[in-house]
Design a protein around this ligand. Structure first.
Ligand code: SF4
Length: 475
Protein backbone atom coordinates (compact mmCIF):
# COMPACT_ATOMS: atom_id res chain seq x y z
CA UNK A 1 0.00 0.00 0.00
CA UNK A 2 1.08 3.58 -0.49
CA UNK A 3 4.40 4.41 1.10
CA UNK A 4 2.87 7.68 2.30
CA UNK A 5 1.22 5.73 5.08
CA UNK A 6 4.18 3.62 6.17
CA UNK A 7 5.69 4.28 9.60
CA UNK A 8 2.55 5.86 11.06
CA UNK A 9 1.70 5.18 14.73
CA UNK A 10 -0.78 2.48 15.72
CA UNK A 11 -4.44 3.48 15.78
CA UNK A 12 -4.76 4.18 19.54
CA UNK A 13 -1.88 6.68 19.56
CA UNK A 14 -2.95 8.36 16.31
CA UNK A 15 -6.59 8.54 17.48
CA UNK A 16 -5.57 9.92 20.90
CA UNK A 17 -3.76 12.78 19.14
CA UNK A 18 -6.60 13.36 16.64
CA UNK A 19 -9.33 13.72 19.27
CA UNK A 20 -7.41 16.65 20.78
CA UNK A 21 -7.79 18.57 17.51
CA UNK A 22 -10.94 20.62 18.07
CA UNK A 23 -11.10 21.96 14.53
CA UNK A 24 -10.77 18.50 13.01
CA UNK A 25 -13.55 17.20 15.23
CA UNK A 26 -15.83 20.11 14.38
CA UNK A 27 -15.20 19.66 10.62
CA UNK A 28 -15.89 15.93 10.82
CA UNK A 29 -18.96 16.26 13.02
CA UNK A 30 -20.52 18.75 10.66
CA UNK A 31 -19.66 16.86 7.45
CA UNK A 32 -20.57 13.33 8.56
CA UNK A 33 -23.75 14.54 10.26
CA UNK A 34 -24.92 16.25 7.07
CA UNK A 35 -24.16 13.30 4.79
CA UNK A 36 -25.73 10.86 7.25
CA UNK A 37 -29.04 12.69 7.34
CA UNK A 38 -29.19 13.12 3.56
CA UNK A 39 -28.37 9.47 2.94
CA UNK A 40 -31.08 8.29 5.31
CA UNK A 41 -33.65 10.39 3.40
CA UNK A 42 -32.48 9.13 -0.01
CA UNK A 43 -32.56 5.50 1.08
CA UNK A 44 -36.00 5.85 2.67
CA UNK A 45 -37.41 6.82 -0.74
CA UNK A 46 -36.92 3.28 -2.06
CA UNK A 47 -39.46 0.77 -0.83
CA UNK A 48 -37.35 -2.15 -2.07
CA UNK A 49 -34.03 -1.06 -0.51
CA UNK A 50 -33.74 -4.29 1.52
CA UNK A 51 -34.33 -6.41 -1.60
CA UNK A 52 -31.78 -4.40 -3.60
CA UNK A 53 -29.27 -4.84 -0.80
CA UNK A 54 -29.84 -8.60 -0.69
CA UNK A 55 -29.54 -8.80 -4.49
CA UNK A 56 -26.27 -6.85 -4.47
CA UNK A 57 -24.84 -9.13 -1.81
CA UNK A 58 -25.89 -12.22 -3.79
CA UNK A 59 -24.42 -10.93 -7.06
CA UNK A 60 -21.10 -10.05 -5.44
CA UNK A 61 -20.88 -13.39 -3.62
CA UNK A 62 -21.73 -15.35 -6.75
CA UNK A 63 -19.12 -13.40 -8.72
CA UNK A 64 -16.43 -13.89 -6.09
CA UNK A 65 -17.08 -17.65 -6.15
CA UNK A 66 -16.16 -17.73 -9.86
CA UNK A 67 -13.88 -14.71 -10.00
CA UNK A 68 -11.31 -16.46 -12.21
CA UNK A 69 -13.95 -17.23 -14.82
CA UNK A 70 -15.31 -13.68 -14.97
CA UNK A 71 -11.86 -12.10 -15.09
CA UNK A 72 -10.87 -14.23 -18.08
CA UNK A 73 -14.17 -13.36 -19.78
CA UNK A 74 -13.52 -9.68 -19.08
CA UNK A 75 -10.01 -9.90 -20.51
CA UNK A 76 -11.30 -11.53 -23.70
CA UNK A 77 -13.92 -8.85 -24.23
CA UNK A 78 -11.64 -5.89 -23.42
CA UNK A 79 -9.09 -7.29 -25.88
CA UNK A 80 -11.74 -7.86 -28.54
CA UNK A 81 -12.79 -4.19 -28.19
CA UNK A 82 -9.24 -2.97 -28.84
CA UNK A 83 -7.98 -2.65 -25.25
CA UNK A 84 -4.97 -4.30 -23.69
CA UNK A 85 -5.14 -6.11 -20.34
CA UNK A 86 -2.20 -6.29 -17.92
CA UNK A 87 -2.16 -8.41 -14.75
CA UNK A 88 -0.42 -6.95 -11.69
CA UNK A 89 0.25 -9.23 -8.71
CA UNK A 90 1.20 -6.39 -6.39
CA UNK A 91 1.68 -2.64 -6.10
CA UNK A 92 5.22 -2.70 -7.41
CA UNK A 93 4.25 -4.55 -10.57
CA UNK A 94 1.23 -2.30 -11.16
CA UNK A 95 3.36 0.82 -10.77
CA UNK A 96 5.99 -0.60 -13.11
CA UNK A 97 3.36 -1.36 -15.76
CA UNK A 98 1.71 2.07 -15.58
CA UNK A 99 5.04 3.94 -15.53
CA UNK A 100 6.19 1.96 -18.58
CA UNK A 101 2.95 2.68 -20.44
CA UNK A 102 3.17 6.43 -19.78
CA UNK A 103 6.85 6.51 -20.77
CA UNK A 104 5.98 4.77 -24.03
CA UNK A 105 3.77 7.74 -24.94
CA UNK A 106 6.68 10.20 -24.43
CA UNK A 107 4.41 12.27 -22.19
CA UNK A 108 5.56 13.61 -18.84
CA UNK A 109 2.23 14.37 -17.24
CA UNK A 110 -1.07 12.60 -16.71
CA UNK A 111 -4.49 13.66 -15.47
CA UNK A 112 -6.15 11.41 -12.93
CA UNK A 113 -9.70 10.46 -12.13
CA UNK A 114 -10.18 9.82 -8.42
CA UNK A 115 -9.17 6.22 -7.79
CA UNK A 116 -8.69 4.32 -4.55
CA UNK A 117 -6.70 1.57 -6.29
CA UNK A 118 -4.03 3.99 -7.52
CA UNK A 119 -3.78 5.52 -4.05
CA UNK A 120 -3.48 2.05 -2.57
CA UNK A 121 -0.43 1.30 -4.72
CA UNK A 122 1.13 4.77 -4.32
CA UNK A 123 1.03 5.41 -8.06
CA UNK A 124 1.54 9.17 -7.87
CA UNK A 125 4.76 8.70 -5.92
CA UNK A 126 5.97 6.01 -8.36
CA UNK A 127 5.22 8.27 -11.34
CA UNK A 128 7.00 11.19 -9.68
CA UNK A 129 10.11 9.03 -9.23
CA UNK A 130 9.99 8.34 -12.96
CA UNK A 131 9.76 12.08 -13.70
CA UNK A 132 6.05 11.99 -14.55
CA UNK A 133 3.67 14.44 -12.90
CA UNK A 134 0.21 13.19 -11.97
CA UNK A 135 -2.54 15.80 -11.55
CA UNK A 136 -5.55 14.87 -9.45
CA UNK A 137 -8.72 16.30 -10.99
CA UNK A 138 -11.36 15.42 -8.41
CA UNK A 139 -11.93 18.58 -6.35
CA UNK A 140 -11.29 16.99 -2.96
CA UNK A 141 -8.27 15.07 -4.28
CA UNK A 142 -6.96 18.32 -5.73
CA UNK A 143 -7.24 19.95 -2.29
CA UNK A 144 -5.34 17.02 -0.74
CA UNK A 145 -2.66 17.13 -3.45
CA UNK A 146 -2.19 20.89 -3.28
CA UNK A 147 -2.02 20.74 0.52
CA UNK A 148 0.63 17.96 0.50
CA UNK A 149 -1.87 16.15 2.64
CA UNK A 150 -3.23 12.63 2.98
CA UNK A 151 -6.85 11.68 2.18
CA UNK A 152 -9.01 11.05 5.24
CA UNK A 153 -12.26 9.80 3.69
CA UNK A 154 -12.96 7.49 0.76
CA UNK A 155 -15.46 9.73 -0.98
CA UNK A 156 -14.59 13.14 0.45
CA UNK A 157 -10.80 12.90 0.91
CA UNK A 158 -10.56 16.47 2.24
CA UNK A 159 -13.43 16.09 4.71
CA UNK A 160 -11.06 17.20 7.49
CA UNK A 161 -10.68 20.64 5.84
CA UNK A 162 -13.12 23.51 6.13
CA UNK A 163 -13.75 26.26 3.56
CA UNK A 164 -11.26 28.69 5.07
CA UNK A 165 -8.47 26.10 4.98
CA UNK A 166 -9.30 25.24 1.36
CA UNK A 167 -9.17 28.90 0.37
CA UNK A 168 -5.71 29.21 1.92
CA UNK A 169 -4.46 26.07 0.17
CA UNK A 170 -5.72 27.30 -3.22
CA UNK A 171 -4.28 30.77 -2.76
CA UNK A 172 -0.89 29.49 -1.59
CA UNK A 173 -0.33 26.44 -3.78
CA UNK A 174 -2.20 26.57 -7.08
CA UNK A 175 0.46 28.64 -8.82
CA UNK A 176 3.08 25.95 -8.19
CA UNK A 177 1.11 23.37 -10.18
CA UNK A 178 -0.39 25.52 -12.93
CA UNK A 179 -2.87 28.34 -13.17
CA UNK A 180 -2.87 30.38 -9.93
CA UNK A 181 -6.00 31.02 -7.89
CA UNK A 182 -7.82 34.26 -8.84
CA UNK A 183 -6.79 37.28 -6.76
CA UNK A 184 -9.05 38.11 -3.79
CA UNK A 185 -10.34 34.54 -3.56
CA UNK A 186 -12.82 34.13 -0.68
CA UNK A 187 -14.10 30.97 0.97
CA UNK A 188 -17.45 31.08 -0.88
CA UNK A 189 -18.08 27.59 -2.34
CA UNK A 190 -18.91 28.99 -5.80
CA UNK A 191 -15.63 30.93 -5.91
CA UNK A 192 -13.61 27.95 -4.74
CA UNK A 193 -15.26 25.73 -7.36
CA UNK A 194 -14.57 28.30 -10.08
CA UNK A 195 -10.90 28.52 -9.06
CA UNK A 196 -10.59 24.74 -9.27
CA UNK A 197 -12.42 24.68 -12.61
CA UNK A 198 -10.08 27.22 -14.18
CA UNK A 199 -7.02 25.52 -12.73
CA UNK A 200 -8.06 22.09 -13.99
CA UNK A 201 -9.45 23.00 -17.38
CA UNK A 202 -6.08 23.80 -18.90
CA UNK A 203 -4.84 20.41 -17.71
CA UNK A 204 -7.79 18.57 -19.27
CA UNK A 205 -7.25 20.30 -22.58
CA UNK A 206 -3.50 19.64 -22.59
CA UNK A 207 -3.29 16.08 -21.27
CA UNK A 208 -2.58 13.24 -23.66
CA UNK A 209 -2.69 10.50 -21.01
CA UNK A 210 -5.26 9.84 -18.29
CA UNK A 211 -5.19 7.39 -15.41
CA UNK A 212 -8.41 6.17 -13.82
CA UNK A 213 -9.83 3.45 -11.65
CA UNK A 214 -13.31 2.03 -12.17
CA UNK A 215 -16.30 1.45 -9.97
CA UNK A 216 -17.38 -1.61 -11.94
CA UNK A 217 -16.21 -3.78 -14.85
CA UNK A 218 -18.74 -5.77 -16.85
CA UNK A 219 -17.41 -9.13 -17.94
CA UNK A 220 -19.96 -9.89 -20.68
CA UNK A 221 -18.89 -6.90 -22.82
CA UNK A 222 -15.54 -5.75 -21.34
CA UNK A 223 -17.09 -2.41 -20.33
CA UNK A 224 -15.73 -0.23 -17.51
CA UNK A 225 -17.85 2.14 -15.44
CA UNK A 226 -16.92 5.29 -13.53
CA UNK A 227 -19.52 7.19 -11.52
CA UNK A 228 -18.79 10.69 -10.27
CA UNK A 229 -20.34 14.05 -9.49
CA UNK A 230 -18.07 16.70 -10.96
CA UNK A 231 -17.56 15.88 -14.64
CA UNK A 232 -13.80 15.72 -14.21
CA UNK A 233 -13.98 11.98 -14.74
CA UNK A 234 -15.86 12.42 -18.01
CA UNK A 235 -13.14 14.85 -19.19
CA UNK A 236 -10.32 12.44 -18.33
CA UNK A 237 -12.07 9.45 -19.87
CA UNK A 238 -12.94 11.10 -23.17
CA UNK A 239 -10.33 13.78 -24.01
CA UNK A 240 -6.84 12.19 -23.68
CA UNK A 241 -5.50 9.90 -26.41
CA UNK A 242 -4.38 7.19 -23.98
CA UNK A 243 -6.36 5.89 -21.03
CA UNK A 244 -4.86 3.61 -18.37
CA UNK A 245 -7.28 2.16 -15.83
CA UNK A 246 -6.01 0.46 -12.68
CA UNK A 247 -8.77 -1.63 -11.14
CA UNK A 248 -8.93 -4.16 -8.31
CA UNK A 249 -9.93 -7.62 -9.52
CA UNK A 250 -12.97 -7.68 -7.24
CA UNK A 251 -14.69 -4.90 -9.22
CA UNK A 252 -15.94 -7.24 -11.95
CA UNK A 253 -19.67 -7.88 -12.43
CA UNK A 254 -20.93 -10.60 -14.78
CA UNK A 255 -23.63 -8.68 -16.70
CA UNK A 256 -25.28 -5.32 -17.38
CA UNK A 257 -28.37 -6.56 -15.49
CA UNK A 258 -26.17 -6.81 -12.40
CA UNK A 259 -24.97 -3.25 -12.90
CA UNK A 260 -28.55 -2.01 -12.68
CA UNK A 261 -28.69 -3.00 -9.00
CA UNK A 262 -25.48 -1.20 -8.07
CA UNK A 263 -26.33 1.98 -9.93
CA UNK A 264 -29.33 2.31 -7.63
CA UNK A 265 -27.47 1.49 -4.42
CA UNK A 266 -24.22 3.40 -4.87
CA UNK A 267 -25.35 7.02 -5.41
CA UNK A 268 -27.89 6.92 -2.59
CA UNK A 269 -25.40 5.35 -0.17
CA UNK A 270 -22.51 7.59 -1.19
CA UNK A 271 -23.72 11.10 -1.94
CA UNK A 272 -27.44 10.69 -1.15
CA UNK A 273 -28.27 11.27 -4.82
CA UNK A 274 -30.92 9.36 -6.73
CA UNK A 275 -28.48 8.88 -9.57
CA UNK A 276 -24.95 10.00 -10.31
CA UNK A 277 -24.58 13.26 -12.20
CA UNK A 278 -22.00 11.54 -14.43
CA UNK A 279 -21.97 7.84 -15.24
CA UNK A 280 -19.26 7.12 -17.84
CA UNK A 281 -19.04 3.76 -19.56
CA UNK A 282 -16.47 2.72 -22.13
CA UNK A 283 -15.64 -0.47 -23.97
CA UNK A 284 -12.13 -0.71 -25.35
CA UNK A 285 -11.05 2.03 -27.74
CA UNK A 286 -13.19 4.13 -30.03
CA UNK A 287 -13.27 3.20 -33.68
CA UNK A 288 -14.00 6.59 -35.27
CA UNK A 289 -10.51 7.94 -35.90
CA UNK A 290 -8.87 10.80 -33.99
CA UNK A 291 -12.11 12.84 -33.82
CA UNK A 292 -14.08 10.09 -32.10
CA UNK A 293 -15.18 10.03 -28.51
CA UNK A 294 -12.92 8.27 -26.01
CA UNK A 295 -9.36 6.95 -25.97
CA UNK A 296 -7.50 5.68 -29.02
CA UNK A 297 -5.39 3.50 -26.76
CA UNK A 298 -6.79 1.76 -23.70
CA UNK A 299 -4.95 -0.28 -21.07
CA UNK A 300 -6.60 -2.11 -18.20
CA UNK A 301 -4.31 -3.03 -15.29
CA UNK A 302 -6.01 -5.69 -13.17
CA UNK A 303 -4.69 -5.40 -9.64
CA UNK A 304 -4.44 -8.23 -7.12
CA UNK A 305 -2.22 -6.75 -4.35
CA UNK A 306 -3.47 -9.11 -1.64
CA UNK A 307 -7.01 -9.59 -2.89
CA UNK A 308 -6.67 -13.30 -3.66
CA UNK A 309 -5.48 -13.81 -0.06
CA UNK A 310 -8.61 -12.03 1.14
CA UNK A 311 -10.68 -14.22 -1.18
CA UNK A 312 -9.20 -17.35 0.41
CA UNK A 313 -10.64 -16.37 3.81
CA UNK A 314 -14.31 -17.41 3.89
CA UNK A 315 -15.21 -14.85 6.60
CA UNK A 316 -12.90 -12.02 5.55
CA UNK A 317 -13.74 -12.19 1.84
CA UNK A 318 -17.00 -10.30 2.30
CA UNK A 319 -14.83 -7.17 2.43
CA UNK A 320 -14.35 -7.67 -1.33
CA UNK A 321 -18.04 -6.89 -1.84
CA UNK A 322 -17.33 -3.26 -0.91
CA UNK A 323 -18.37 -0.65 -3.48
CA UNK A 324 -16.55 2.18 -1.63
CA UNK A 325 -19.69 4.19 -0.92
CA UNK A 326 -18.37 5.47 2.47
CA UNK A 327 -21.71 5.05 4.24
CA UNK A 328 -19.99 3.03 6.99
CA UNK A 329 -17.52 5.87 7.65
CA UNK A 330 -20.27 8.44 8.00
CA UNK A 331 -22.14 6.49 10.69
CA UNK A 332 -19.13 5.29 12.64
CA UNK A 333 -18.74 6.99 16.06
CA UNK A 334 -15.04 6.07 16.12
CA UNK A 335 -14.37 7.55 12.67
CA UNK A 336 -16.31 10.71 13.53
CA UNK A 337 -14.03 11.36 16.49
CA UNK A 338 -10.68 10.01 15.32
CA UNK A 339 -10.84 11.08 11.65
CA UNK A 340 -9.43 9.18 8.70
CA UNK A 341 -5.70 9.76 9.15
CA UNK A 342 -5.64 7.71 12.36
CA UNK A 343 -6.27 4.55 10.30
CA UNK A 344 -2.92 4.94 8.53
CA UNK A 345 -4.28 3.76 5.19
CA UNK A 346 -6.12 5.03 2.12
CA UNK A 347 -9.05 2.98 3.44
CA UNK A 348 -10.19 4.61 6.70
CA UNK A 349 -13.19 3.91 8.89
CA UNK A 350 -14.89 0.55 9.38
CA UNK A 351 -14.11 -0.76 5.89
CA UNK A 352 -10.46 0.22 6.37
CA UNK A 353 -10.38 -1.57 9.72
CA UNK A 354 -11.26 -4.84 7.98
CA UNK A 355 -9.70 -4.35 4.53
CA UNK A 356 -6.27 -2.92 5.36
CA UNK A 357 -5.22 -5.69 7.79
CA UNK A 358 -6.30 -8.25 5.21
CA UNK A 359 -4.43 -6.60 2.32
CA UNK A 360 -1.32 -5.70 4.31
CA UNK A 361 -1.34 -8.41 7.01
CA UNK A 362 -1.32 -7.83 10.76
CA UNK A 363 2.42 -7.83 11.38
CA UNK A 364 2.96 -4.12 12.11
CA UNK A 365 1.60 -2.47 15.29
CA UNK A 366 -0.57 -0.20 13.11
CA UNK A 367 -2.17 -3.02 11.10
CA UNK A 368 -2.61 -5.20 14.20
CA UNK A 369 -4.42 -2.33 15.95
CA UNK A 370 -6.98 -1.71 13.19
CA UNK A 371 -9.42 -4.55 14.00
CA UNK A 372 -9.74 -2.97 17.45
CA UNK A 373 -10.60 0.47 16.04
CA UNK A 374 -14.28 -0.14 16.60
CA UNK A 375 -16.85 -0.27 19.37
CA UNK A 376 -18.62 -3.12 17.49
CA UNK A 377 -21.86 -1.12 17.64
CA UNK A 378 -22.94 -2.53 14.28
CA UNK A 379 -24.03 0.78 12.69
CA UNK A 380 -21.69 0.11 9.74
CA UNK A 381 -23.39 -3.21 8.98
CA UNK A 382 -26.82 -1.58 9.14
CA UNK A 383 -26.03 0.97 6.44
CA UNK A 384 -23.77 -1.10 4.18
CA UNK A 385 -25.53 -1.45 0.80
CA UNK A 386 -23.84 -4.80 0.15
CA UNK A 387 -24.49 -6.11 3.67
CA UNK A 388 -20.88 -6.59 4.74
CA UNK A 389 -21.02 -7.82 8.33
CA UNK A 390 -18.13 -5.61 9.42
CA UNK A 391 -18.39 -6.48 13.15
CA UNK A 392 -18.16 -10.18 12.28
CA UNK A 393 -14.98 -9.60 10.25
CA UNK A 394 -13.52 -7.36 12.98
CA UNK A 395 -13.93 -10.09 15.58
CA UNK A 396 -12.52 -12.63 13.13
CA UNK A 397 -9.46 -10.44 12.57
CA UNK A 398 -9.06 -9.84 16.31
CA UNK A 399 -8.79 -13.61 16.67
CA UNK A 400 -6.08 -13.60 14.03
CA UNK A 401 -4.17 -10.84 15.84
CA UNK A 402 -4.61 -12.60 19.20
CA UNK A 403 -3.17 -15.79 17.66
CA UNK A 404 -0.08 -13.88 16.51
CA UNK A 405 3.26 -13.44 18.26
CA UNK A 406 2.29 -10.11 19.87
CA UNK A 407 -0.15 -11.77 22.23
CA UNK A 408 1.94 -14.60 23.67
CA UNK A 409 1.60 -13.22 27.18
CA UNK A 410 -2.16 -12.82 26.86
CA UNK A 411 -2.50 -16.39 25.60
CA UNK A 412 -0.35 -17.71 28.47
CA UNK A 413 -2.53 -15.79 30.96
CA UNK A 414 -5.72 -17.18 29.36
CA UNK A 415 -4.30 -20.73 29.48
CA UNK A 416 -3.38 -20.33 33.16
CA UNK A 417 -6.85 -18.94 33.96
CA UNK A 418 -8.49 -21.84 32.10
CA UNK A 419 -6.46 -24.34 34.12
CA UNK A 420 -7.37 -22.70 37.44
CA UNK A 421 -11.07 -22.42 36.53
CA UNK A 422 -11.08 -26.11 35.56
CA UNK A 423 -9.80 -27.16 39.00
CA UNK A 424 -12.19 -26.12 41.83
CA UNK A 425 -9.65 -26.78 44.60
CA UNK A 426 -7.07 -24.62 42.92
CA UNK A 427 -9.66 -21.89 42.26
CA UNK A 428 -10.65 -21.85 45.94
CA UNK A 429 -7.03 -21.56 47.03
CA UNK A 430 -6.41 -18.77 44.49
CA UNK A 431 -9.49 -16.84 45.67
CA UNK A 432 -8.42 -17.07 49.30
CA UNK A 433 -4.86 -16.01 48.46
CA UNK A 434 -6.21 -13.05 46.45
CA UNK A 435 -8.48 -12.01 49.36
CA UNK A 436 -5.65 -12.21 51.91
CA UNK A 437 -3.26 -10.12 49.76
CA UNK A 438 -5.87 -7.62 48.53
CA UNK A 439 -4.19 -4.60 50.14
CA UNK A 440 -1.04 -5.29 48.15
CA UNK A 441 -2.80 -5.42 44.75
CA UNK A 442 -1.69 -2.67 42.31
CA UNK A 443 -4.29 -0.23 40.96
CA UNK A 444 -2.86 -0.57 37.47
CA UNK A 445 -1.59 -3.60 35.62
CA UNK A 446 2.09 -3.60 34.69
CA UNK A 447 3.58 -4.30 31.23
CA UNK A 448 1.33 -4.86 28.19
CA UNK A 449 -1.74 -5.01 30.44
CA UNK A 450 -1.24 -1.34 31.35
CA UNK A 451 -3.26 -0.08 28.38
CA UNK A 452 -6.27 -1.93 29.77
CA UNK A 453 -6.12 -0.13 33.12
CA UNK A 454 -5.35 3.25 31.54
CA UNK A 455 -9.08 3.68 31.05
CA UNK A 456 -10.56 1.20 33.54
CA UNK A 457 -10.52 0.59 37.28
CA UNK A 458 -9.23 -2.81 38.33
CA UNK A 459 -12.04 -4.53 40.26
CA UNK A 460 -11.45 -4.62 44.02
CA UNK A 461 -11.11 -8.13 45.43
CA UNK A 462 -13.61 -8.66 48.30
CA UNK A 463 -12.20 -9.44 51.78
CA UNK A 464 -13.78 -12.88 51.68
CA UNK A 465 -14.43 -15.16 48.66
CA UNK A 466 -18.13 -15.54 47.84
CA UNK A 467 -18.08 -19.32 48.34
CA UNK A 468 -16.67 -18.95 51.86
CA UNK A 469 -19.29 -16.29 52.65
CA UNK A 470 -22.07 -18.55 51.32
CA UNK A 471 -20.89 -21.53 53.34
CA UNK A 472 -20.63 -19.44 56.50
CA UNK A 473 -24.04 -17.73 56.13
CA UNK A 474 -26.17 -20.32 54.36
CA UNK A 475 -24.53 -23.52 55.47
S1 SF4 B 1 -18.14 -1.48 3.58
FE1 SF4 B 1 -20.21 -1.14 2.79
S2 SF4 B 1 -20.79 0.86 3.65
FE2 SF4 B 1 -18.54 0.72 3.84
S3 SF4 B 1 -17.74 1.67 2.00
FE3 SF4 B 1 -17.92 -0.52 1.56
S4 SF4 B 1 -19.92 -0.77 0.61
FE4 SF4 B 1 -19.94 1.23 1.60
Amino acid sequence: MSGTFLGLPAFPEAAAAAVQDQRLRANLRHATGTIRAKRARAVAELADWAELRAAAKAVKDRTLERLDHYLVQLEQNVTAAGGQVHWAADAEEANRIVTGLVRATDEREVVKVKSMATQEIGLNEALAEAGIRAYETDLAELIVQLGNDRPSHILVPAIHRNRGEIRDIFADRMAELGRPAPGGLTDEPAELAEAARLHLREKFLRAKVAVSGANFMIAETGTLVVVESEGNGRMCLTLPRTLISVVGIEKVLPTWRDLEIFLQLLPRSATAERMNPYTSLWTGTHADGPDGDGPEEFHLVLLDNGRTDVLADRTGRQALRCIRCSACLNVCPVYERAGGHAYGSVYPGPIGAILTPQLRGTETPLDASLPYASSLCGACYEVCPVAIDIPEVLVHLRERVADGPRHRLGRAAAAAATYVLDHPGLLRAAERAAARTRRLHPRRLPGPGRAWTDTRELPTVPPEPFRDWWRRNRG
